[in-house]
Design a protein around this ligand. Structure first.
Ligand code: ADP
Ligand code: ADP
Length: 224
């Protein structure tokens, strides 16, 4: 572990209970499957890791640096696929990704190169100039991963990325994430165990804001 460390991380919505309650965890490269039922605190955790909200207690340490103090340190090496990722149906995948690359501030020349590389990486090279309105759910999610990869991040976070996908698309998506987990830390948040049982190198289970398990898939699923 050591790339990403959570140290007593909590988050309390104003007037609410602790949606995330004193979670500590240390992670190295690979794929972490973050499991838990609805309301467990997974999305809140993802938003903190994506630097969209700050913990109300505890620290998130990225490469040895507290991200509350230096959020840009993580932001430059972060890719995030939010749960509600939407596309512009009238644009082609390439146009949309070029637009997002501009929004993210990539210089134009680099942006063109990265857009093409990411389209290739997610297996959409043959469809890059088709309208997104004609894409299947699985293809749209691959566009979502492509935008998260534009800055070649060391940390990739995906929040419930397989919701609404058919079994074939889901399988294809899992293979893609497995490939991506070789070099970087991928955190995949899901309530579907089969999304992560084959591909995850480690699992964490949250329930009512608490981390109730962290360890190998074999240890959790009784295959050890
Ligand atoms: P999960 O992603 O695992 O379903 P969430 O992080 O969305 O869990 O929610 C954790 C808890 O925090 C739930 O009890 C939820 O109702 C609460 N919660 C989530 N978002 C808000 C919010 N904006 N305001 C107040 N409570 C919230
Ligand atoms: P998930 O559980 O999959 O994260 P939810 O359906 O719980 O999604 O939440 C959807 C949206 O509603 C999120 O933006 C979340 O922050 C917000 N939300 C969830 N629970 C509450 C709550 N108790 N009060 C206010 N907002 C909430």
């Amino acid at each position: 572990g050591g790339l990403l460390r959570l140290d007593g991380v909590s988050f309390r919505y104003p007037g609410g209970h602790a949606a995330v309650d004193d979670v500590s965890l240390s992670l190295g490269p690979g794929i972490l499957g973050l499991l838990g039922p609805n309301g467990a605190g997974k999305s809140t955790m993802m938003r903190m890791l994506a630097t969209l909200t700050r913990p109300t207690a505890g620290r998130i340490i990225w490469n040895g640096v507290d991200i509350a103090r230096h959020p840009d340190g993580l932001r430059v090496s972060l890719g995030y696929l939010p749960q509600d990722f939407g596309v512009y149906p009238a644009l082609s995948a390439r146009e949309f990704l070029r637009y997002l690359a501009a929004v993210k501030g990539l210089p134009q020349k680099l942006a063109r190169h990265r857009v093409d590389a990411c389209i290739e990486q997610v297996g959409l090279a043959g469809d890059a100039d088709r309208r997104l309105g004609d894409f299947s759910g699985g293809m749209r999610q691959r566009v979502g991963i492509a935008q998260a990869l534009l800055n070649d991040p060391q940390l990739l976070i995906a929040d419930e990325p397989t919701v609404g996908l058919d079994p074939g698309e889901r399988l294809r998506f899992r293979h893609l994430l497995t490939e991506l987990g070789g070099q970087r830390l991928v955190i995949l948040c899901t309530h579907i165990v089969s999304d992560v049982e084959a591909s995850a190198t480690s699992l964490a289970v949250m329930r009512k804001g608490k981390l109730v398990f962290s360890g190998s898939p074999d240890a959790l699923l009784g295959r050890a």
